[in-house]
Design a protein around this ligand. Structure first.
Ligand code: M6R
Length: 615
């Protein structure tokens, strides 16, 4: 949520910053801006409402020289998206520029106090308060920019990742974080790159340092990086090697990242399983489970916390853990969990599921449970992100960078990891027999090949989507393991096509939503051959009896549901507990093609951002 990029080195900063903004655009894209200190010592700030292309068009004819700069792509929290509210924000004297990701909760109080000291505000943002506060501290005490940032960050309540430059010292960037991510790329002492995540850095260097909460980085031109902790002591510079490649960040011939990511799933699931399940399906190695045997053996309950798509994956996780491990599982929206007084204790295992590893609510929920003695296990995609660093242990999904705002390959990766962790824990606790264990691990190994088969439906789904572009509402129904898949299908459609869609447990339909059924509202039903197939078929009958129109996802060779439904999509047979890994694929394609037919910006849907680092 909001992307920050900064550069200091021997090259021109502007092209690096703008390229970085494009890479970070998935974090927010309602406006963007850049601040440079040019060779004559002028601080130049260019900002524009809209996507980064707009900024480029606007800045084309301007002075763009300078080897130090900071830039930002915004997801609005305070004040509408417009040129004035866009970052960077500038201090009253025009000396200091600042970019910010996060929210400052006490900004109004600080604003009133600063007004009394003669400060005026141009924007409606909380961020402008911070840059004025820094200047006020510098002016009133005569301290350095570093000291002023430290003092100002002590006075603010909330979350921040910031980068600050001062035209009086064009050889320095100061950066700081609390609860919002920041990473510094190091190319010797010749160049430093600062960003919200590693995606804009990887093409320049593979050596990065992740800032920890409360730390302030002092990035001086041609000098060694310094990081100072919240207790004012020098932090050790821990360099991490990036494993990401540039090709993973590009569209590779697809019209959208989302379509590329949907089609990558055979490979991403293979990568996710690789080295974890032996070829014969006999052995499953999840080191995070093995290394914490006792915690899983003694677990009296599992609590899964997540948001959005990751929460849907968590719901499937509940079925998997309850079936394989016979442990009660609760699945919680992280945002609700953190503000209740949840009963959590030492016998609990809390699993935090998050693609980005940065979701503010999920991070806060796990910190709360950690403080109450729970064992915290993370299931994340982005290596080195905040959630994996805050957990006791965990398991990465290894599906590569997900750029499309609508999560696809991360969802199937999360479900795959949840299945493997549940199997590993079930074996440890002796609650799954060998035959069942082997049949599921062997089916897991077949999933990449089966997804290849399902992806052949792409053309048919594209055709079907044209029929549905007229619809204003959709209902998605599923049962058991596929109820969360129905929720996820509905979320995908809403997010990128802006068509209202609701997911429901199929049998629950008759308790209310059935009133909505007519021939205008398509109902998508997941009716694969499973233990409750006949019940789901009855639910389809109920929709048809009310003149509803049904698209059914069925198992190959189906002869009952397909005869009743208006349209069917057949997928290969697989064990029930893994079926969401297949049923979710046509639903992803349906959302994608419907959105494309409606002319939507699929990778950057309105109002959304990839990484939700505010609450
Ligand atoms: O990075 P996380 O998995 O924690 O993100 C959680 C949600 O914000 C995310 O899944 C969101 O719902 C996606 N846009 C879904 O496509």
């Amino acid at each position: 949520m909001c992307g920050i990029i900064g550069y200091i080195g021997n090259r021109e900063a502007y092209p690096i910053l703008v390229q970085g903004l494009h890479r970070l655009e998935y974090r927010g894209y309602d406006s963007s801006g850049v601040a440079l200190v040019d060779p004559s010592g002028e601080l130049r700030i260019y900002k524009s409402k809209g996507k980064v292309d707009e900024l480029e068009r606007f800045a084309r004819s301007k002075e763009l020289g300078g080897t130090i700069g900071i830039a930002h792509t915004r997801w609005a929290t305070h004040g509408e998206p417009n040129d004035t509210n866009a970052h960077p924000h500038c201090s009253q004297s025009g000396r200091i520029a600042l970019v910010h990701n996060g929210t400052i909760e006490n900004y109004d109080v600080l604003k009133q106090a600063l007004r009394q000291h003669g400060y005026d505000f141009r924007s409606e943002t909380d961020t402008e308060v911070l840059v004025q506060l820094i200047e006020y501290v510098m002016d009133s005490s005569g301290c350095t920019l570093f000291d002023a940032v430290r003092e100002a960050t002590h006075r603010i309540v909330g979350a921040y990742a910031i980068a600050v430059i001062d035209r009086e010292n064009p050889n320095q960037i100061i950066a700081a974080r609390r609860s919002s991510p920041l990473v510094i790329g190091i190319s010797g002492t010749e160049a430093y790159y600062l960003a919200s995540d590693a995606t804009p850095i990887v093409e320049f260097t593979d050596e990065v340092v992740y800032l920890n909460d409360g730390e302030i980085a002092v990035i001086n031109r041609n000098e060694k990086l310094r990081i100072v902790g919240s207790d004012n002591s020098e932090s050790k510079i821990n360099i991490t090697k990036l494993e990401m490649s540039i090709s993973e960040l590009e569209k590779g011939g697809y019209p959208h990242f989302m379509l590329k990511e949907i089609f990558e799933q055979p490979k991403t699931i293979a990568d996710c399983i690789s080295g974890r399940i032996s070829p014969d399906g006999e052995r499953l190695t999840i080191s995070g489970v093995l290394e914490n045997r006792e915690r899983f053996l003694k677990a009296r309950r599992i609590v899964i916390v997540a948001c959005g798509t990751s929460w849907h994956a968590g719901l499937i996780g509940k079925h998997l853990f309850e079936e394989f491990c016979r442990i009660p599982v609760e699945v919680e929206y992280a945002s609700e969990f953190r503000y209740r007084h949840p009963v959590i204790g030492e016998g609990d295992v809390l699993i935090a599921v998050s693609q980005s590893g940065e979701t503010a609510d999920t991070l806060a929920a796990l910190e709360l449970a950690k403080g109450q003695g729970a064992f915290i296990f993370g299931i994340c995609n982005v290596i080195g992100s905040s959630i994996p660093r805050a957990t006791h242990s965990g398991c990465y999904i290894h599906v590569g960078p997900e750029i499309g705002v609508a999560s696809t390959k991360a969802f199937t990766g999360q479900v795959t990891v949840l299945a493997m962790v549940a199997l590993a824990v079930g074996r440890l606790r002796g609650t799954i027999d060998d035959e069942r264990f082997r049949s599921v691990t062997r089916d897991l190994r077949r999933i990449p090949m089966l997804i290849e088969e399902v992806l052949k439906l792409d053309g048919r789904v594209r055709e079907l989507s044209k029929i549905f572009t007229y619809a204003h509402n959709f209902l998605y129904l599923g049962r058991g393991y596929n109820y969360p898949a129905a929720l996820e299908g509905a979320l995908k459609l809403k997010e990128i096509s802006y068509i209202h869609a609701e997911g429901y447990p199929a049998a629950e339909m008759k308790h209310g939503p059935i009133a909505l059924i007519d021939n205008e509202m398509p109902t998508v039903v997941i009716a694969t051959s499973d233990s409750i197939y006949e019940k789901t078929v009855s639910n389809i009958q109920q929709v048809k009896a009310r003149n509803g129109r049904v698209l059914a996802i069925v198992t190959e060779g189906d002869e009952v549901a397909s005869k009743i439904a208006d349209w069917t999509l057949e997928i290969p047979e697989v064990c029930e507990c893994l079926s969401p890994l297949l049923t979710s694929i046509p639903l992803q394609l349906l959302a994608y093609h419907t959105a494309v037919s409606k002319g939507r910006d699929v990778d950057r849907p309105r109002n959304l951002a990839k990484s939700v680092t505010v609450e």
